[in-house]
Design a protein around this ligand. Sequence first.
Ligand code: HDD
Length: 683
Amino acid sequence: MSNERNVNGSNSKKEQLEQFTTDDRNQKLTTNQGVKVSEDEFSLKAGERGPTLMEDFHFREKMTHFDHERIPERIVHARGFAAHGEFQVYESMKEFTKAAFLQDPEKKTPVFVRFSTVVGNRGSGELARDARGFATKFYTDEGNYDLVGNNIPVFFIQDAMKFPDLVHALKPEPHNEMPQAASAHDTFWDFVANNQESAHMVMWTMSDRAIPRSYRMMEGFGVHTFRFINEEGKSHFVKFHWKPVLGTHSVVWDEAQKINGKDPDFHRRDLWEAIEDGDYPEYELGVQIIPEEEEFRFDFDILDPTKIWPEEDVPVKIIGKMTLNRNVDNVFAETEQVAFHPGHVVPGIDFTNDPLLQGRLFSYTDTQLIRLGGPNFHELPINRPVCPFHNNQRDGYGRQTINRGQVSYHNNSLAQNTPATSTEEEGGYKHYEEKIDGRKIRARSESFKDHFSQATLFWNSMSKPEKEHIIEAFSFELGKVESKSVQQQVVDMFANVSTDLARGFAKAIGAKLPPEKPNQVTKKSPALSQENTIKLPETRKVAVIVGDGFKDLQVNEILDELNRKGIQTEIVSDQLGTVTGRDKAELEVKHTFLTADSVLFDAVYVIGGKEEDKNFYKKATHFIYEAFTHYKPIGATGAGRKLLDAAEMDKSPGVVIGEDVQSFVPKFIDAITAHRHWEREVI
Ligand code: HDD
């Protein structure tokens, strides 16, 4: 494989991967030793009814390989899905960083992004209430840079020392391994109440952010404060953001739970299909930058990973765009074997003393050693840098590189002291020379001790429906907790955030209400509310409910208009095949009421069928009503209107009744663009 420095950018990773990619179609079946196989169904036996023979090398090889197919799943973020893409900076970031991939707007850097849930195992449902991992590997010309972030900008704990405790509390309880992929259980909430630094992140995980509509519609955050270092060696503090071009959107909790049953692969399917359809997911990269001199200007410690830098105080500068444009060829080889590490940095990006980040810098390589079975995981195709790599590391399980020569040490004279180190000017990584003067101490800075102000800031910034969702989420989660004491501890803890919040869920779980008192913090950050996000109709999925004998003459025109706007329409009926209208128009049915469900769509468009077809209308009504209770846009034309009248939905916000293309389509598109209609009264 080529080990030459890549100059032309965008496809360098693809080209590299192609050298390892094989297509077994139209090939002869062989053993792993390349011997052609004559028979692949019957083991070699002593007689037709006799025992299998040891000498059957084909059987033994096939079975042994199968027996060893599984590797340990990730201790966290086990359930994930990934795609390839590219990143391009909008303008040179030279002023702040010398990182080569952030200099040239013409340059495309290949990326590989893995999205994940945190808690559930590899086969768990994807709509769990949970943070989502958002890990990006940039294959830069100076080596791999990994931005290993989440869709929530803060973390549960302030020191990596507590990570094993957090994960033990969050994972299924050890005595009965329940519940799967859920934080709604005693040990998690016991951890929360007894580790109050978690307050801010818990606010996020109880919010709509924890049940995204799509990986394409969630933000990403590097969480920690990192450093940008420029050519002159000057350092700026930086936080990284990914902003989805489609805006940040969520589903509702009842819907999330149903999706987990109807389609546990909902998020991966959504990402996969979008890429297959050419609707490439896009995210803009944003940075918040604080000059070194301003480190202590804020009422929080910028090294504390439980704190955001409110965007209104430190604006997010948008500096580039990432486009995901290629699905993987093989999930195991790529998505499962990719190894991320926040310590994979390139010159121009450096760390800070955030104690959570510092601990992560140890953990990620360590976990790959067990998960990927040894120190050579960097040689796996997906993990290889696209630039050359040479050093004196040797051997180990699964070593693939054949290093020529007798020398594998430094310093040496036999190989003229090569591979040689590089000066900073030549691109050698030099750690930022921060002055450190301290005593060894196990302690936490006083400046990390305010656990509630930003939790209240988050609460204050929510819209009314978002606040209601948070109260419902706490009520659900604590309603599943058995210990009354833990329930009460959580109520008392969140009374420090807002007594409206704590009293709201205390009532629902029958706990003692804390006394009402005004919030300590009154500040809001509008950027935190999803109500203020970008709203676009593109790639939204509409279920079109139609039965045989439908009577809308303009159906095809309406569907065409919606499709022209990038809205996807899929016909749902009571049987597969085609449905025929009164005017003989035909529509191809994609799903039946059995194989599809309203929770899998963003909106419903009701055309209806023959009026006397009671069975069709019964199923259609259930479908539509469920979408209605999830605040989804609903449109109806022709006989479909009667269905909405009958269920008294017709006058509700987000319900669009139309006669013809001109009056119906624009209003329905607006309703779809709005995503959900929270002002709707749902009984
Ligand atoms: Fe972590 C995986 C994100 C704190 C230890 N982490 C992992 C992944 C993401 C994150 C996205 C999955 C990467 C992939 O798709 O392969 N982790 C975070 C964020 C954190 C965080 C945003 C806080 C800001 N993590 C954190 C701490 C530790 C770890 C404090 C331990 C000290 N994380 C791990 C790990 C994992 C991991 C055990 C499991 C699988 C892996 O690394 O490759 O090492």
